[in-house]
Design a protein around this ligand. Structure first.
Ligand code: PMP
Length: 422
């Protein structure tokens, strides 16, 4: 018979009633992402989701990606091994070439592969921000970038914007008032959530103010290759070389991703840094996850080398252009004047605002939308403070036109109910 004695530790009051465990105070400001929270609902088969920035699964190149993985696994000794923190050399070279082809010349030596561009944003915050430093951005902005900057304990300075983008004088005022404004975070092409593109002159003016105050510009550009209308605008990274203020050139860190053009499940993102920051960025990457998956990097490199991505882009742009038109038409038909819409020239998002006499509480609208089988993201998720609660973000990327129309009809029914309930 076992004669095991109870360990004395189990009798101790301290262990019988352990103190409440709480996460670090750093997390106090970090909210759960409204978009991530909606993802589980979006997966319901009956749901028509305008919520997530999910690329169309119809645009995924299953055959091409499978072939790339098969080729890479033929030499599995390399593909299944640990790799360099900077990224696989062939992928770094392929991504630098991809960027140059998209108007943002980049040097593979200064390109660091990350696990999605979300990790690149986190890495930039760790690289550049001390506690109490500030970050400026257009209001509203990408909500998971706000999460990164909150986690970094940064002060958040939302800038006033007009239809050309953030106002340079707003950036200048913020820099003077704060004194420690280190980063300007921008999504200049087809922004998330507004779909808007910053004009050329505005890009130059912002770069000048940034150079004057020594603010580093983070150009986050996951959507730039998805233009379906209008003319492309030079990247801030390319423009930086032509701008100088009081003898100083602006510093731009470029961030991008294969998520929106190839497949988000691969989790391949990257950043391009000035030489002086590169070694420190690699040290952070080592601490975060050693390196991004060797297998996936090699498959992505092989896929890029096959030319299939470039060849498929025109069709993808057409697909998104058609879906954008379908959403714009459906919203116009069902909501009429009650909703005003922006008009993106690319990307995935329409930003809408309820006319003042048509406003309903957007979270109440969303709740009823869940019951009717159609969801969106209330605009307030994209504000650091004082949100405009009459706004919403709708993604046109995920659903084909027939579903878009049915989904908008459901949103109308949900909106009517929310209005009737007052
Ligand atoms: N930046 C922006 C503006 C985004 O919209 C997203 C994805 N929604 C990301 C970065 C992160 O994308 P990923 O990590 O998939 O590259």
């Amino acid at each position: 018979m076992s004669t095991a004695r109870a360990l004395p530790i189990a009798d101790s009051d301290a262990f019988a009633h352990p103190p409440l465990v709480r996460p670090a105070r750093r997390l106090d400001r970090l909210r759960s992402s409204a978009v991530r929270d909606l993802l589980a609902h979006a997966r319901r088969p009956d749901m028509i989701s305008f919520a997530g920035g999910l690329p169309s699964a119809d645009g995924f190149d299953g055959d091409g990606v499978r072939a790339a993985f098969e080729e890479v696994l033929a030499d599995h000794r390399h593909a299944l091994q640990y790799g360099e923190s900077e990224g696989e050399p062939e992928l770094r070279a392929a991504l630098a070439e991809w960027m140059s082809g998209n108007g943002a010349p980049a040097d593979a030596e200064h390109l660091l592969v990350t696990t999605g561009s979300q990790q690149a944003l986190d890495l930039v915050a760790r690289l550049m921000l001390d506690d109490g430093d500030a970050v400026a951005f257009a209001r509203p902005t990408y909500l998971a970038a706000l999460s990164v900057f909150r986690l970094a304990q940064a002060d958040l300075l939302g800038l006033a914007c007009d239809e050309q983008g953030p106002l340079p004088e707003s950036l200048d005022r913020a820099a003077r008032a704060h004194g420690r404004l280190r980063l300007l975070y921008l999504v200049p092409d087809f922004a998330n959530p507004t779909g808007e593109t910053i004009g050329l002159d505005r890009r130059r003016a912002l770069l000048e103010v940034a150079a004057r105050h020594g603010i580093v510009v983070v150009e986050d550009n996951p959507y730039g290759a998805l233009r379906f209308a209008g003319e492309s605008v030079r990247s801030m990274a390319a423009l930086a070389e032509t701008v100088s203020a009081s003898g100083a050139s602006p510093c731009v860190i470029s961030v991008s991703s294969l998520s929106k053009v190839m497949a988000p499940g691969l989790r391949i993102g990257w950043l391009v840094l000035p030489e002086s920051l590169f070694a420190a960025a690699v040290r952070i990457k080592q601490a975060l996850d050693l390196h991004t998956s060797t297998l996936i990097q090699l498959a992505a490199a092989r896929y890029l080398a096959s030319g299939r991505l470039q060849a498929r882009l025109p069709a993808l742009r057409t697909l998104y252009g058609e879906r954008h038109q379908a959403l714009e038409r459906a919203l116009g038909r069902h909501f009429g004047e009650a909703l005003s819409l922006n008009r993106p020239q690319g990307g995935m998002f329409v930003w809408a605002r309820l006319r003042d006499d048509a406003i309903v509480e957007s979270s109440a609208w969303l709740q009823r939308g869940l019951a009717h089988g159609a969801i969106f993201v209330p605009g307030e998720a994209f504000y650091d403070a004082t949100p405009d609660t009459a706004t919403l973000r709708l993604s046109f990327a995920t659903n084909p036109p027939e579903r878009i129309d049915i989904g908008v009809a459901r949103l109308l029914a949900a909106w009517r109910e929310a209005r009737a309930a007052g």
